[in-house]
Design a protein around this ligand. Structure first.
Ligand SMILES: [Zn+2]
Length: 572
């Protein structure tokens, strides 16, 4: 038994994510976690909400709620939707947890001990009316270049000129509109990433099995221009992890918090500590996943993320944990994804364009979405969601190929032999040929799943479903029954056993269907088919079953058109 630590990039707290976000991290991570568990391995699958930063504060203000309350509510919403999609996290944590506060402060303290933190005095705009410093993008004014009246302090959206807040004419707070602003000096901590450049370079060079896309992005950030830059890790905000050096106060840093980019990935570790605390476990129980001096040396750590998150996971977070000088587990494999586009354009949270996770579950059960998203995962390039493709894929793959197989064989058996696996002949040549084909395909499926080749895995699984249909079509038990009911009984027996095999193999993709199939077959035998011949005899003659309800309903043209219209933009 091997041990897999699996993390999905953590979604930001302000609002519900769309299907492109889902397929870019959480869903393929879930596929992999479910697969490794099904193979009998020990898995720790973690995700969380990313709760700090100015956008969370502003979203809370807009909702008229204290930011802590807002985050607590939105966390529950996101957790509920994740559950609806069957995302099988061992723990879905919160970056605002006490555990993450403590770990973030711990890492900052260790980095300071290693001489990797320096203090920098900066000038920043303070708003008297808001009682706070304003990040550049929350200052608005007139662009000195083009005269656009709503230019932001970092850039004019009209003429695209890069700006400093002090360039703006008539600057005002984007939060309150107040013009009572003042430039003040403020002190911040910087992580000396530049000093870690060689160490990071060596570490990345040691990863010969990483995709070129991943290493080339990391190398670009390490070496292009002036190379990896030191980066601010603190902010003048109220909401966040207070700046401390471990347990101790940090002189001169009162009232400041760590910058969200610094504390968010530490939540990967903190989530396991939250898991331990929530389940009556000890520190040793979470540390055996994360500390190579406390049992984590045999752990394989895999991260899932969208491509925009690669620099962050190959450089920023590794800089934090390498720089600490402590033996923390580093990532072994990064699986990154391109973007999923929506029906001729992009998903847009601000315009409400595309399908959001809550809406998706309102119109169809999770398995429909899981199957389409995973079988069309944007791996080698961006991919596109269209309603035509979705309809076609659901109707063909799920309804015609898998659903129809299940329906035909169970109904035929019920009508001719009753609701129990029939006895009859031993398996013959046609059955052996099918067993051989499926054995080969299962081996290929295992290889693709282990390699996290999501689309190839889906294709192989579908081919395994197709093989059963073709067998049934060619042996035609409904004809054989008329002359040789014992032979037809063997064919039906194989078919019923195939349903169990399909249920087990398909579970990482469509877990609800698996549950329903196993319930109909009245078995809880989820053992992996290491020996396909044995697996196809697992349900013996006489074993009772029931005919399941329709497994997957077809999507009609009317539904497709209605949904296409409904999700074309401007969310209610
Ligand atoms: Zn301008």
């Amino acid at each position: 038994m091997a041990r897999f630590l699996i993390t999905s990039a953590i979604p930001y707290i302000n609002g519900i994510k769309h299907l492109g976000n889902l397929v870019g991290s959480q869903l393929p991570a879930d596929l992999y976690a479910r697969y490794q568990r099904a193979r009998g391995h020990e898995v720790m699958f973690l995700c969380a909400t990313d709760e700090h930063g100015t956008p969370a504060e502003l979203a809370a203000a807009k909702a008229g709620k204290p930011v802590a309350d807002y985050c607590a509510e939105m966390h529950e919403v996101q957790a509920g939707i994740a559950k609806g999609f069957g995302l099988s996290f061992d723990h879905f944590g919160r970056s605002s947890s006490p555990q993450n506060h403590a770990l973030t402060q711990h890492f900052a303290g260790k980095l300071a001990e290693q001489g990797l933190i320096r203090e920098v005095t900066e000038k920043q705009v303070y708003s008297h009316a808001d009682g706070r410093f304003l990040p550049d993008r929350y200052i608005e004014g007139t662009c000195p270049n083009c005269g656009y009246e709503r230019a932001r302090g970092d850039q004019c959206e009209e003429c695209t000129k890069q700006l400093d807040p002090t360039d703006l004419i008539d600057p005002r707070s984007a939060i309150s509109g107040s013009t009572d602003l003042e430039v003040r000096e403020t002190k911040h901590l910087y992580l000396c990433q530049s000093q870690l450049k060689d160490q990071l370079d060596d570490w990345i060079n040691s990863k010969s099995d990483w995709p070129v896309l991943t290493t080339s992005i990391a190398k670009k950030w390490l070496h292009d221009g002036d190379g990896l830059q030191d980066r601010g890790i603190t902010r003048d905000l109220d909401w966040g992890v207070p700046v401390k050096k471990g347990d101790a106060d940090w002189p001169g840093m009162d009232g400041k918090v760590f910058y969200v980019w610094f504390d968010a990935p530490i939540e990967y570790i903190a989530a396991s500590r939250e898991w331990a605390d929530a389940n009556g476990k000890t520190d040793a129980d979470w540390q055996r996943w994360w500390r190579t001096d406390k049992g984590a040396e045999d752990v394989k750590y895999v991260q899932f993320m969208g491509k925009d998150n690669v620099p962050f996971h190959t450089l920023s977070f590794p800089a934090t944990i390498l720089g600490s000088g402590e033996p923390w587990k580093m990532v072994d494999h990064l699986k990154s994804f391109n973007y999923l586009n929506y029906d001729g354009g992009q998903f847009s949270t601000s315009q409400g364009r595309g399908v959001f996770m809550d809406q998706a579950l309102e119109i169809l059960p999770a398995d429909y979405w899981r199957w389409w998203l995973l079988s069309h995962a944007p791996e080698s390039s961006d991919s596109e969601f269209t309603w035509e493709n979705f309809q076609q894929s659901v109707n063909k793959d799920l309804a015609d190929v898998l659903g129809n197989f299940v329906s035909r064989i169970t109904k035929f058996c019920r009508s001719k032999y009753g609701e129990a696996v029939p006895a009859g002949n031993d398996y013959g040549e046609a059955e052996q040929a099918l067993i051989d084909e499926i054995s080969t395909r299962v081996t290929a499926y295992e290889g693709h799943m282990a390699a996290m080749d999501v689309r190839k895995s889906a294709q192989e699984l579908r081919a395994i479903w197709v093989a059963g249909n073709e067998y049934l079509q060619s042996v035609a038990p409904w004809s054989v029954f008329k002359t040789d009911p014992d032979q037809a009984a063997a064919q039906v027996r194989l078919g019923l056993n195939l349903i169990r095999l399909y249920a087990v193999l398909s579970a990482p993709f469509i877990p609800d269907a698996t549950k329903r199939l196993l319930a109909a077959l009245q078995t809880e035998d989820r053992s992996w088919p290491d020996d396909v011949a044995a697996a196809l005899s697992a349900l013996p003659a006489g074993h009772a079953f029931t005919v399941p309800e329709v497994l997957f309903a077809k999507i009609t043209d009317e539904q497709r058109e209605e949904w296409q219209e409904r999700f074309s933009g401007t969310r209610d």
